[in-house]
Design a protein around this ligand. Structure first.
Ligand SMILES: *[C@@H]1O[C@H](CO)[C@@H](O)[C@H](O)[C@H]1NC(C)=O
Ligand SMILES: *[C@@H]1O[C@H](CO)[C@@H](O)[C@H](O)[C@H]1NC(C)=O
Ligand SMILES: *[C@@H]1O[C@H](CO)[C@@H](O)[C@H](O)[C@H]1NC(C)=O
Ligand SMILES: *[C@@H]1O[C@H](CO)[C@@H](O)[C@H](O)[C@H]1NC(C)=O
Ligand SMILES: *[C@@H]1O[C@H](CO)[C@@H](O)[C@H](O)[C@H]1NC(C)=O
Ligand SMILES: *[C@@H]1O[C@H](CO)[C@@H](O)[C@H](O)[C@H]1NC(C)=O
Ligand SMILES: *[C@@H]1O[C@H](CO)[C@@H](O)[C@H](O)[C@H]1NC(C)=O
Ligand SMILES: *[C@@H]1O[C@H](CO)[C@@H](O)[C@H](O)[C@H]1NC(C)=O
Ligand SMILES: *[C@@H]1O[C@H](CO)[C@@H](O)[C@H](O)[C@H]1NC(C)=O
Ligand SMILES: *[C@@H]1O[C@H](CO)[C@@H](O)[C@H](O)[C@H]1NC(C)=O
Length: 824
């Protein structure tokens, strides 16, 4: 077997594309509202525990590699039977090690703070016993592939010797427990502090801190009282942490700071919206206590107010105008590092804090919206578009659909089920199966309803990570706004001086012309012209399509810029294909995987796609950049900013297509761009494939076939067919009668559509129940009964297969589980 360790060191030290060099940069003085006026501390909990097993050597070294220079490494201290202090996140060793496999069936029962607890405890093992135990990923949602590296448990002394941490924070979560086992945390911290500099010692136990306070000089070692849940009892006083919070002067008698869960400072309501901040930070600062905030992780749900952008959350705590916390405890220290200034003699990086509302744009990558600000509001509604403009988008997008009466309008999909509640309306009877435009399942298509019908629909926010991953977008605003006709869209964009252009997206043109008698290209040309977009001086107009025949048509008839979207994932592009694209387009849209292909969520390298297209002077736009961490490769640490930065710095793309334009626009104004060799490590592009290269054989996923290149035959298409005359003349109310049959070759399925609509209802209610929106239990049961009835009917009629039936079955199972647990 090859030597994984050697390889991994190589890779770790060249993780970023630009080598880190100590930088000489101007001193930017920024007023921090911390107690000392210094920048807040970045504290790495168990190292970079968001990626590597908590408290492992690589987690710690990776934190040093990717964070501000004075990053503080946090070690949760546990004591072995022979009194050695080791770093492990949990008092129960099986949580983050493989001990239960090494010492099988050896778990024991002890009282921990009075609570009988079963597990593996360090008090039963000597340090030597533990030498065969390896650290593992303890958080189920994180990748376990690095467990194969068999990281040894580190003692505090190992940590210092091997990593020379800039700052060392020892957290003593349990002193009383170890005392009951005749092991003294006090003796341990006193002895270790004679050997190494410990910058902070924290504990949730007052008795412990009081027992050591006289022995530490606060200039060297700060003692920090850790608050747990407001209703939890502090073991040495029997007071709740909530009541101790009212007695900060008492805490000041034995500690110089406090560390609190972030909700103590910025509380959230029951639906995860941020409330006003408490006065805790200023109260504590008044009595001379520093305040550290804990529980930051990029890969958990946090308040909806941050739109899934973890950097926005840190900025709320350190750069809100009123106060700054004195440090943040994070599993992903790269993200607070981006936020925090560093003021060392050699180095002053002020990347994202103190940007202010009018920060100058430093990077010129184009920001193109995906359905407006559809991460925050229902796609393609007036509110989503207006928000995208406020958020600083350059190019606003309108995917054009056409109504039955020939009105072009903006909507994310030709199937209105995706973006409206049409499935729950009387129009649900218009559901149809049309494999040419929707290969699986049925839909309620835009050309089956008149614009008046469509206008009356309630928009619903897209939830691309909802069904599968339970990450929902902005529930409070999930059905606001209204859809716009293309001409309404154009009058909205026309006067916006901040916009440099618009992109009109056209799909299914051949089907619409041939089968529905709807000429979408002509409608678009007409609307643009009526809005004055064909006159000189107007914003740039991009016409985008996956079908070259549409772009060729526009080339014949107009001067608008044309964008070809490659809908396949490709690893390269054949020269002939590129030459062809050049003939009808000046820009190309590719997906993220065509730039950095992945295997099981890890980037495995980079392709030639971008360089090949760019070498022919084609601009390359990449989609889709979303804030939700599940949309990103592991390599980007669940941080949308790291992903954006790596594509822009690492691959030189020309445009970013995003449903969260605010995050992309903030990126362009950060002060750590164009610094060349002085770029701080956390603002360098990640090296594609570096993490994947660390995976040991036993955890390596099966190799994936190399991506095919784009071939010429995929580019060349027959010309668009003429608009057919099969359409009956438009009659104003023809679409409003339930049961009206869609035209063309659509095959309406009446049961199918009721079925579909109950499924949609059920999924919505289920989503709400997960978010614990009250009163949904009854609705859930009612919808469940509905759906079961329809499913039974379908099964009787012989329809037993199909994706919707499968989806229904699994939804029913899921709902039954929810009902069961909520009744238990
Ligand atoms: C930045 O400040 C430090 C100390 O405050 C000083 O030694 C250093 O020369 C300054 N650097 C620059 C580039 O002004
Ligand atoms: C370990 O503890 C963390 C935090 O308490 C918890 O989220 C996780 O599920 C636990 N993991 C295991 C394997 O018990
Ligand atoms: C541990 O317990 C399980 C089930 O009780 C048993 O199958 C297994 O053999 C035991 N392992 C050892 C090493 O005793
Ligand atoms: C701790 O020490 C006391 C006194 O020496 C002894 O009675 C007790 O059994 C010890 N407890 C444990 C858990 O070893
Ligand atoms: C705290 O309460 C427990 C039980 O309620 C009691 O046994 C213990 O002595 C109390 N400790 C202190 C310090 O008051
Ligand atoms: C603060 O705590 C100390 C020590 O427990 C106590 O003597 C004092 O009365 C408390 N003050 C308030 C305002 O609760
Ligand atoms: C969080 O978002 C909600 C809903 O938009 C808003 O009402 C609230 O004021 C926001 N909270 C903060 C602290 O900005
Ligand atoms: C755009 O500007 C024109 C003239 O400057 C004005 O008549 C029109 O009302 C404006 N439209 C919008 C939507 O503000
Ligand atoms: C690309 O454009 C540049 C300048 O606009 C031109 O010099 C170069 O020849 C072009 N390259 C190709 C391959 O068209
Ligand atoms: C592209 O449009 C042509 C008609 O112009 C049509 O024949 C072809 O099927 C379309 N291609 C795709 C992939 O939809």
């Amino acid at each position: 077997m090859w030597n994984s360790r050697a390889l991994h060191h190589l890779l770790l030290h060249s993780f970023f594309l630009i080598a880190s060099v100590s930088a000489q940069r101007s001193n930017i003085t920024s007023a921090w509202k911390t107690l000392s006026g210094s920048p807040p501390l970045v504290i790495a909990r168990g190292g970079f525990s968001g990626i590597f097993p908590d408290s492992s050597k690589d987690a710690y070294s990776f934190a040093i590699l990717t964070s501000v220079p004075e990053v503080t490494l946090w070690c949760d201290v546990q004591l072995t039977k022979d009194g050695a202090g080791i770093c492990l996140p949990n008092i129960k060793l099986e949580n983050a090690t493989d001990i239960s496999a090494i010492f099988q069936n050896k778990s024991t029962n002890y009282l921990v703070n009075g609570i009988p607890t079963s597990g593996y405890f360090s008090v039963d093992y000597t340090l030597k016993d533990l030498s065969s135990v390896a650290l593992t990923q303890g958080v189920f949602s994180r990748s376990e592939v690095f467990d194969g590296m068999l990281f040894a448990i580190l003692t505090v002394d190992d940590l210092v010797k091997e990593l020379a941490p800039p700052g060392l924070w020892l957290n003593v979560q349990h002193d009383a427990f170890y005392s009951q086992h005749n092991l003294s945390m006090r003796n341990f911290v006193l002895s270790v502090s004679r050997r190494v500099i410990v910058s902070h010692i924290s504990s949730p136990e007052i008795g412990f801190l009081r027992s050591i306070t006289a022995r530490f000089n606060p200039k060297t070692t700060k003692l920090v009282f850790r608050f747990l849940g407001q209703d939890d009892k502090e073991p040495s006083t029997n007071q709740t942490y909530g009541s101790l919070l009212k007695n900060l002067t008492f805490i000041k008698t034995f500690a110089s700071g406090i560390i609190v869960p972030k909700g103590y400072i910025w509380p959230v309501d029951a639906s995860l919206y941020l409330q006003q901040h408490t006065s805790l930070v200023s109260d504590a600062h008044k009595v001379g206590l520093e305040v550290f905030a804990s529980d930051f992780a990029n890969d958990v749900s946090f308040s909806f107010n941050y739109s899934y952008d973890p950097l926005a959350e840190y900025l709320q705590f350190i750069d809100n105008g009123d106060f700054s916390v004195d440090g943040v405890l994070s599993d992903f220290p790269i993200t607070p590092s981006e936020a925090v200034d560093v003021e060392l003699s050699s180095y002053d990086a002020d990347c994202f804090a103190h940007l202010g509302p009018n920060a100058k744009k430093i990077d010129n990558t184009l920001i193109i919206s995906k359905y407006g600000a559809s991460g925050d509001f229902p796609a393609c509604t007036d509110v989503a578009y207006k928000q995208a403009i406020l958020d600083g988008v350059d190019v606003l997008d309108c995917p054009v659909q056409v109504s039955k009466d020939g009105i072009p309008f903006c909507s994310s999909s030709i199937d209105l089920i995706d973006s409206t509640t049409v499935a729950q309306s009387s129009f649900s009877t218009l559901a149809a199966t049309i494999p040419e435009i929707k290969p699986t399942g049925s839909g309620i298509f835009s050309f089956s309803l008149t614009w008046d019908n469509i206008k009356s629909l309630t928009p619903s926010i897209l939830n691309p990570f909802g069904t599968k991953y339970k990450l929902f977008r902005n529930p409070k605003y999930k059905s606001v706004g209204s859809l716009l006709t293309l001409s309404e869209f154009l009058s909205l964009t026309k006067n916006q001086t901040s916009l440099s252009g618009i992109v009109i997206i056209i799909e299914n043109a051949a089907y619409l012309a041939d089968k529905q008698g709807l000429g979408v290209t002509d409608s678009v040309i007409d609307a643009l012209s009526k809005a004055g977009y064909d006159k000189p001086g107007a914003q740039k107009v991009f016409i985008q399509s996956t079908n070259s025949s549409v772009l060729n048509k526009f080339k014949e008839k107009t001067n608008y810029e044309r964008v070809y979207k490659i809908d396949e994932t490709v690893g390269d592009a054949a020269t002939k294909a590129v030459d062809d694209i050049k003939r009808f387009a000046s820009s190309v849209v590719v997906n993220k995987n065509s730039v950095f292909p992945r295997n099981t969520g890890f980037i495995i390298g980079s392709t030639n796609t971008v360089s090949k297209l760019k070498s022919s002077n084609l601009s390359v736009f990449v989609e889709t950049f979303s804030n939700e961490y599940l949309s990103q490769a592991w390599d980007f640490f669940s941080d949308a900013t790291v992903e954006i930065n790596s594509f822009i710095q690492g691959s030189d793309i020309d445009g970013i297509i995003t449903d969260f334009p605010k995050t992309a626009n903030r990126y362009r104004t950060n002060k750590c761009l164009n610094l060349g060799k002085n770029t701080p490590p956390y603002m360098q592009a990640v090296q594609p494939g570096a993490l994947y290269g660390l995976i040991t054989d036993n955890f390596l996923p099966p190799a994936v076939a190399p991506l095919p290149p784009l071939s010429d035959s995929e580019v060349v298409e027959a010309p668009l067919p003429p608009v057919s005359k099969i359409t009956p003349a438009f009659s104003p109310d023809s679409g409003t009668k339930p049961g009206t049959q869609p035209k063309g070759n659509a095959q309406p399925k009446v049961i199918g559509c009721f079925f579909l609509s109950s499924l949609a209802v059920l999924e919505n209610v289920l989503a709400e129940s997960r978010m614990m929106i009250p009163d949904c239990h009854k609705r859930l049961e009612a919808s469940l009964a509905d759906l079961k009835g329809i499913l039974a009917e379908l099964e009787e009629s012989g329809e037993k297969e199909g994706p919707e039936i499968d989806e229904a079955r699994s939804t029913i199972a899921e709902v039954e589980k929810v009902i069961e647990t909520s009744e238990a």
